[in-house]
Design a protein around this ligand. Structure first.
Ligand SMILES: NC(=O)c1ccc[n+]([C@@H]2O[C@H](COP(=O)([O-])OP(=O)(O)OC[C@H]3O[C@@H](n4cnc5c(N)ncnc54)[C@H](O)[C@@H]3O)[C@@H](O)[C@H]2O)c1
Length: 321
């Protein structure tokens, strides 16, 4: 029973690897860039493969030579990298996912999960986004992920592959510096007593957030549920479904750390690729809650801030603080 994590030394992938290793699972990590600092504590307990998702043979070999029974497909280029290099993103995110699905089909992998994104929704967003809201992505990243959500459904229907996928809104955790993500730096600066220069948000910009450990837990949990429970197949998953504005986060930080100071200098170009969410209210994950019992452990702003404080204190190297 070997579990393969693509993007296994990425942010969420490494947290998921830790969770699986703690459960005594046999884990293979596949990544194009091996971020050893993220997995230093478990590196000896995993098999680490350097490989490229867009390389069909490398993906096939990773699955076949390791007797993989479950795949957690997290490897991906994110929003801004995909916008800068849409050609690379097509190879990694679209062809790469097709390669993983083909490997799962050819080598009879028992089940597979895939991480998609809130960015599949895109244009003319409703205030509340549910699993049946219309998805009209406006980014290359969102278009690719939406195609792959559908591709997984197809492999399930056509070839009987046990496929599930989850969509995060914004994954946050210490050390996350994904372009466009403003909350992690704001929290860290408040904790470490620095002034935060917020270039990715207006005070009223809002996000639905999920703490990194909950993101990894959701990736694991969705694959443990009996297949009969899985009806929707592609699920929104939130830590805090209600959108939290930058000003609200700043206020919560101010209640805890009296020297909190945020200077907003939003970069207007970010709005072009859909980073400016000022009208959204809720990222509704009720299908995940109903069908597979999803619940977040970090379900309030205060719990997330506390978790940052603890993780920064305990693992500064792992999170590059
Ligand atoms: N971070 C977020 O806020 C967020 C939101 C929604 C969805 N997601 C999805 O969650 C998953 C995990 O994201 P993350 O935040 O851990 O990102 P991350 O960038 O930390 O991890 C992605 C990993 O994929 C690897 N990768 C990239 N191209 C590859 C290739 N060609 N071959 C093999 N590996 C490759 C990277 O090296 C990296 O380690 C991704 O699928 C992402 O699209 C993330």
């Amino acid at each position: 029973m070997t579990k393969l994590i693509t993007g296994g030394t990425g942010y969420v992938g490494s947290e998921l690897a830790r969770l699986l290793v703690e459960q005594g699972e046999k884990v293979v990590l596949f990544d194009i860039t091996i971020n050893l600092f993220r997995i230093a504590d478990i590196a000896n307990e995993c098999k680490i493969l350097q490989g490229d998702l867009s390389n069909y043979s490398q993906v096939m070999n990773a699955v076949n030579e390791n007797g993989v029974t479950e795949i957690y497909h997290l490897g991906s280029m994110l929003t801004n990298a995909s916008d800068l290099n849409p050609w690379g993103s097509f190879q990694t995110n679209v062809i790469g996912t097709y390669n993983v699905l083909e490997a799962a089909r050819i080598f009879n992998v028992e089940k597979m999960m895939f991480t998609s994104t809130f960015g599949t929704f895109g244009l003319l967003l409703d205030e509340v986004l549910t699993d049946v809201s219309i998805q009209r992505p406006i980014t290359f990243y969102g278009c690719g992920k939406l195609y792959c959500e559908g591709l997984g459904r197809y492999y399930s229907r056509k070839f009987g592959l046990d496929f599930r996928s989850i969509r995060y809104a914004q994954m946050i955790g210490p050390g996350v510096r994904t372009q466009g993500h403003w909350a992690p730096a704001m929290i860290e600066d408040a904790i470490t007593g620095k002034v935060n220069e917020c270039i990715y948000a207006y005070p009223e910009t809002a996000i639905s957030m999920i703490y990194m450990r909950d993101a990894a837990r959701a990736a694991h949990m969705v694959l443990q549920v009996p297949r009969d429970n899985i009806k929707m197949m592609n699920y929104n998953v939130a830590g805090i479904p209600d959108f939290v504005t930058a000003a609200e986060l700043e206020a919560a930080l101010g209640n805890r750390y009296e020297n909190t100071k945020v200077i907003y200098k939003p970069d207007a170009s970010l709005e072009e690729i859909g980073n400016d969410f000022r009208t959204l209210k809720r990222f509704d994950d009720s299908y995940a809650r109903d069908e597979w019992g999803w619940y977040p452990e970090y379900d309030s702003v205060d719990r997330i801030i506390e978790a940052f404080e603890k993780d920064i204190g305990a693992y500064p190297e792992r999170y590059g603080i």
